[in-house]
Design a protein around this ligand. Structure first.
Ligand code: PGA
Length: 252
């Protein structure tokens, strides 16, 4: 059976290598006996070599917050899949709403990044979600469009190890999460779209997870008992507080 997964997105934090090491050290010590849940930590690129040196358990996967779609060359400021893999990165967040908003990432760029990650054997964590809450419990068309365009051109089976994070933007960093019931509905909806594009096998194999104001108190409520529901969470703010993040992983 698939394990649930907890992913930490540190975003542009912490500010020094020393703090990054300390945070990673405390978290990986705190969760080294956890067996039933996969854990991925995504620090900023520059902290990857530092945190790698204080990993207390190989069971914690390293992820990055982005990737570039070309493999090498004249792309100032960008990071390639091979560079990431040389630091032990196995997972990559793609299409986070903050990159869509502040860096102008388009659906086409996201689609290219997904293809590059898959080609390199990295696990893509595709982020989708609507900007504003319209009718509670109804998943707006934009989510379907984001999923369809991100997976465009993939062959059946290509994305079977992929992860899709449903992150309603209005819930990110606001302290106002989606309800677990509505999140579970979104998971079903996303799986249905994936089934339509890439077939039943892939739809059953991928993991759909929730992100947006997850904390130590509400984390476990997002994990569905039903295998078709949410199978993990993506945690921003609370992943920067070691105690909270350890509690989140243990509660899941
Ligand atoms: P948050 O962020 O947990 O701080 O709401 C989640 C995310 O952006 O992935």
């Amino acid at each position: 059976m698939k394990k649930n997964i907890v992913i930490a997105n540190w975003k542009m934090n912490p500010q020094s290598a020393q703090e990054a090491r300390r945070l990673f050290d405390t978290i990986t010590k705190g969760i080294r006996r956890v067996k039933k849940t996969d854990v991925v930590i995504c620090p900023p690129f520059v902290h990857l070599p530092d945190v790698k040196s204080v990993r207390h358990t190989q069971k914690v996967f390293l992820g990055s917050q982005d990737i570039f779609w070309e493999e090498k060359g004249a792309y100032t400021g960008e990071i390639s899949s091979r560079m990431l893999q040389s630091f032990g990165v196995t997972h990559v967040i793609i299409g986070h709403s903050e990159r869509r908003r502040w860096l102008g990432e388009t659906d086409e760029m996201i689609n290219n990044k997904i293809k590059t990650a898959l080609k390199a054997g990295l696990v893509p964590i595709l982020c989708v979600g609507e900007w504003v809450r319209e009718i509670p419990g109804e998943i707006p068309d934009i989510v379907e469009n984001q999923v369809r365009s991100a997976l465009k051109g993939l062959k059946k089976g290509d994305f079977k190890n992929g992860i899709i994070a449903y992150e309603p933007v209005w819930a990110i960093g606001t302290g106002r999460p989606e309800t677990p019931d509505n999140a579970a509905k979104a998971a079903l909806f996303i799986r249905k779209i994936v089934r339509d594009i890439l077939g039943k096998k892939t739809a059953e194999h991928i993991r759909v997870i929730y992100g947006g104001s997850v904390n130590a108190e509400n984390a476990a409520s997002f994990i569905s008992k039903d295998i078709r529901g949410m199978e993990g969470i993506l945690v921003g703010g609370a992943s920067l507080r070691a105690d909270d993040f350890i509690k989140i992983v243990k509660s899941v």
